[in-house]
Design a binder for this molecule. Structure first.
Ligand code: ADP
Ligand code: MG
Length: 248
């Protein structure tokens, strides 16, 4: 397949071996702008490893990852971030001793230093943007609350907000609703749908109700390979998928 296309992200023939074991095996994955793709599959299928390779944390053995038609493989992680790729890990990594406002503030691209909250000039533009973001992630009533005092779900939203401050064009979320209450899951689904516009989002999750609510298209990984790809309805009635994953 030619990489000269309309896809925002084009992954071709991506493979990584750990001591001879292929955790991801000749993977092809193409994602369009405005698309919300969900990757599902049994534990150990290689889902997290795919995200690790996109963000530069793990070097593939072979293959190509093109984002906006330029190659990411071989770039250091910070350059991949700078090109517009944002990744949220499974456990929230907010600053527990900074407030919601300050967490968003240090994530603002120009305020990006460890001492950002001290050295940073609070221009009106920045403050407005932070308040907008707090509203987007349903934390508009808690700007002065320290991270440590937020609920698990609120911490996850704050981390998504921190990612969004950098306006990434590709966002990767690894199990964003794990440990959330049903109400928080619903709010997270709505948030992810809102932020999808103008970019693409890859979500890994196991909660099929959540997946069916957000997915434009679902990719099922199994043993490092694609077992099936299509709409949620197609995936749910695919006998191979039922056999290795949904049936359990
Ligand atoms: P998933 O996220 O689908 O549960 P992972 O991508 O975490 O699966 O893991 C896929 C397989 O690759 C697993 O067997 C895991 O043990 C292995 N693996 C992942 N990262 C490494 C690594 N850095 N070194 C060795 N093996 C790894
Ligand atoms: Mg994983």
């Amino acid at each position: 397949m030619n990489s000269n296309n309309s896809f925002l992200l084009s992954i071709e023939d991506l493979t990584v071996s750990f001591d001879g074991f292929k955790a991801v095996d000749a993977l092809n994955l193409f994602i369009e702008k405005d698309e919300l793709r969900v990757i599902i599959g049994p534990n150990g299928a290689g889902k997290t490893t795919v995200l690790d390779m996109i963000c530069g944390k793990t070097q593939p053995t072979t293959g190509s990852i093109k984002f906006k038609n330029s190659e990411l493989v071989g770039l250091p992680e910070h350059q991949i971030v700078r090109r517009g790729v944002g990744r949220k890990f499974q456990t929230p990594s907010i600053y527990e001793n900074l407030t919601v406002f300050e967490n968003l503030e240090v994530s603002y691209p120009k305020g990006h230093s460890v001492m950002g909250c001290v050295a940073f000039r609070r221009t009106k533009e920045v403050v407005d943007r932070i308040h907008e973001m707090a509203e987007e992630i349903s934390l508009q009533d808690y700007p002065d609350i320290e991270g440590a005092f937020l609920s698990h779900g609120q911490k996850q939203w704050l981390e998504i907000g921190m990612l969004l401050m950098q306006e990434p064009e590709l966002i990767m979320l690894d199990e964003p609703v794990a440990g959330m209450s049903p109400a928080e899951r619903e709010q997270t689904a709505a948030l992810i749908q809102r932020i999808c516009k103008g970019r693409c989002i890859i979500v890994i999750d196991h909660d099929m109700e959540f997946v069916s609510r957000i997915a434009h298209k679902v990719t099922v990984l199994h043993l490092g390979k694609i077992l099936a790809e299509g709409s949620m309805e197609e995936i749910q009635r695919n006998p191979k998928v039922i056999d290795v994953y949904l049936g359990h």
